[in-house]
Design a protein around this ligand. Structure first.
Ligand code: G3P
Length: 224
């Protein structure tokens, strides 16, 4: 069953501030501010693969992987299997992030395996056209992230929120049930509220939390 409320997916990327015990600290801070994920927005945390088991063992926050390889157990040296990530405790995964791009055929295969494994999929796209193509593979969420805004302080919500409605309309014309997330440059609760107001089902963000000097203040702003 899909998350009922809009989601805030926090991607820790490979930032050192989100590594190891830091990931657990962030997860626990979210739980303290937003016990049982009861707030207006559902929190999802995407730690590095190496920290997934640790975060899942110490908190109840839904954990997504930042990437997963759609192979079966066996001879795949160096790969991080979706099946192994599931055993470590993930509820879903990001697919085709701008910083970990996949071939279209691999995206399709990965979404399919995620579904078979009963995991949620957040599939990223740089452009609306790419999002439309990916939507045909039926991910649970498609996240539109203009690459030039990633890591900046300027989100679509700030730049031109009306575009959000157009993006969603174009994607839902192709696939009326896929949920649309907006990502890149999202820093404030205002950014998030605007995305939701203009029809998004949530946001995908990273630096706004993990690079913040006061992570708990940002989390409070998002979830209190
Ligand atoms: O995965 C989230 C992302 O790429 C956006 O990053 O730092 O702009 O929130 P950021």
């Amino acid at each position: 069953m899909l998350f009922q409320k809009p989601i805030i997916a926090i991607n820790l990327k490979t930032y050192q501030q989100g590594l190891g015990e830091n990931a657990v600290t962030i997860a626990k801070a979210i739980e303290e501010i937003n016990p049982n994920n009861n707030a207006k927005y559902t929190a999802i945390l995407c730690p590095q693969a190496i920290d997934i088991r640790l975060v899942c063992s110490q908190t109840k926050i839904p954990v997504f992987a930042q990437h997963g390889d759609a192979y079966d157990f066996g001879r795949n040296t160096g790969c991080v299997l979706i099946k192994s990530l599931k055993q470590a405790g993930i509820k879903g995964l990001i697919i085709n992030h701008n910083e970990h791009k996949l071939l279209l055929s691999t995206i399709e295969k990965t979404i399919k395996l995620a579904r078979e494994e009963k995991l949620y999929s957040i599939c990223c796209a740089d452009t609306v056209d790419q999002a439309k193509a990916i939507s045909c593979f039926n991910p649970d969420y498609v996240a539109v992230e203009p690459p030039e805004l990633i890591g900046t302080d300027i989100s679509i919500a700030k730049k031109d929120p009306k575009i959000i409605k157009e993006i969603i309309k174009k994607i839902n014309f192709i696939n009326p049930v896929v949920r649309v997330l907006i990502g890149a440059g999202i820093k404030t609760r205002k950014d998030i509220d605007v995305c939701i107001e203009f029809g998004a089902n949530g946001v995908l963000l990273a630096s706004g939390v993990v690079c913040s000097k006061k992570i708990s203040d940002v989390l409070f702003d998002f979830f209190a």
